[in-house]
Every structure is written in C-alpha cells, then in structure tokens.
Design a protein around this ligand. Structure first.
Ligand code: SF4
Length: 90
C-alpha cells in the first residue's frame, strides 16, 4: 500500500493526526502509525528490525534506516497503518 497516500490523496500531517496516527519523527522522513488500523502482520518488523522493533520505546525510529529503505518497508504494510511524509519534498 502506498504509504504516502490515503484514498489516492497525498497525506499531510493534519489529516494523519486527525485520523489517529501517531508521529515518529526522523531527520528526512516522518513515519506515522495507527495502532487501530495495524493488522499485526509484521511486514514492518521483518522489513527492517532496526527501524521497527516491537517492545522498544519508541518502537519506530525512522533514522535507523535510510529514507528510501524506510519508504520501501512502509509500502509493504498491507493495512495502511503506516504512512510517511518526506521532509525534503516540502
Ligand atoms: S506491516 Fe503494517 S499492519 Fe503489519 S505490523 Fe507493521 S504496521 Fe502493522
């Protein structure tokens, strides 16, 4: 699922926070996560355990991966629970 969009519309922070996503800031990329939408499939944790580690606080550390790799993993999330906003494209 495209982590930069919801219903084919580019996401923005206001929209995501309104929909209950929580923000995990990184230098070049912010990752947003909705625990209500998460289906606990685990693609994120398998995709890059340095970035996504269940049980750690915070469980998402965007800067532990490159921007490109973070996006690659986020796009494997099947439920839409993970979204991202690139900061270098604003
Ligand atoms: S890939 Fe998406 S649905 Fe699966 S555990 Fe991670 S956040 Fe949840």
């Amino acid at each position: 699922m495209d982590g930069s969009k919801i219903n084919n519309k580019s996401v923005n922070e206001e929209m995501l926070l309104e929909q209950g996503y929580r923000k995990y800031s990184g230098d070049g990329l912010d990752i947003y996560y909705s625990k209500d939408i998460c289906a606990h499939i685990g693609n994120c944790v398998r995709g890059n355990p340095d970035v996504f580690e269940v049980g750690r606080r915070p469980w998402i550390i965007a800067d532990n991966g490159s921007i490109e790799d973070d996006i690659r993993v986020i796009d494997t999330c099947p439920s839409g629970a993970l979204k991202y906003i690139r900061k270098d494209e604003k």
